[in-house]
Design a protein around this ligand. Sequence first.
Ligand code: SAJ
Length: 432
Amino acid sequence: MEFNRLCVIGLGYIGLPTASTFATCGLDVIGVDVNPNIVRVLSRGEIHIHEPGLLQLAQSALQKKKLRVASQPAPADAFIIAVPTPFYGEKQADLRAVCAAAEAVVPVLARGNLVILESTSPPRTTVDVVRPILERSGLKAGVDFHLAYSPERVLPGQILRELVENDRVIGGFTPACAEAGKALYQCIVRGEIVTTDATTAEMVKLMENTFRDVNIAVANEFSRLADRFEVNVWEAIQIANRHPRVNILQPGPGVGGHCISVDPWFFVEAAPDLTQIIHSARMVNDGQPHFVLNKVREILGYLPGKRIAVLGLAYKPNVDDLRESPAVEITQLLVSEGAVVKACEPFKPDFRIDGVSLSAEWRETIENSDLALVLVSHDVFKHIQPETWVEHSTCRQIFDAVNLFNNETWQAQGIAVHTLGNGKKEKEYSAA
Ligand code: SAJ
């Protein structure tokens, strides 16, 4: 199968890198988004998201007219649907954007086309939800057009590299559909392309993110246990990971982002009777911001009026994405407790949280605080020196939820660093 023209629907964190990469590999790509702002920004040759290397790649594709943007799909050889699937209400998958995208393809769908769903979706979405919508065109999936599911697996912050280098799974409605999908992705993927059926590919995607969520939940539970039993969880994890078959992940303030904190719920919603572990892991990770809040209470006591500086609001290091961010939740909890909160997010200085004064500069944020809370290990925070800290602030207490600061170095400057999951009493140990 040959592909000259590709239509990518949804120009977010996945759609835009995908469209730009295909355009760079020689296809004529039409990028579609229902958000007029996104279409406007891209038409000006700018981009609306921060992802290393993406600005240059997208700009070059736009300038060469290999990538064009539009608000409606146009006829093409292949269509990729890469729209968000958030949840709503009681953690139910919101498939409205997927359905709307499939509906928008119907008027331009032609015999011989390939349609690929990339959005993370509950099992059977491709076959039971997307296929009937596309078949309203009068064409039959697997007969008149190819239909497949191919999840993205890229890590924000490394999207452009992983898009090309990672292995890719293509689940076809029929084996021929999977082969057609493989032929398309071969244009950009250097990793291996594995083919299977559509529902297996949907399960694979959800299993990957659920596996990570459950493993982070174990790490978070270990941090609570370490706190109780006067152990430093970071040290314990490092030692345990010397076992050849153990690889414990890192505890932290919670799990954020629009993938790992969302996707496991798709399993829970689809089969509540079969998902005890998955459900518990979600509850542990969702409870971690409250664990951090309790630690802050232990340090400061009564919170109303206390001045707290929050360093980092993004859902993870070095990204500008604040969706489902535990750091944002913790900040909001502190405000609702009556604390006076300042926050610093260098990747999104214009972000607003009610009742919080924001800055892109950590020095400004920590001035005159009773406690600084480190919630994201952005590189810019890693480089903060205790000497610089004492020059800029009278704040002498830090709660470090991401194990960024070495307590001994900071103590030498008269600053106490309380680390998440560290109940260890060093004095007791050296006396023993
Ligand atoms: N986190 C921890 N401890 C860890 C690792 C992560 O607390 O040891 C937290 C992070 O701080 C963050 C959250 O988990 O809040 C998720 O971050 P992440 O880096 O684990 O994952 P995402 O959401 O950025 O990307 C994931 C990736 N999936 C897997 O690693 C299995 C990525 O490959 C997927 O493409 C992406 O989800 C997606 O789009 O589904």
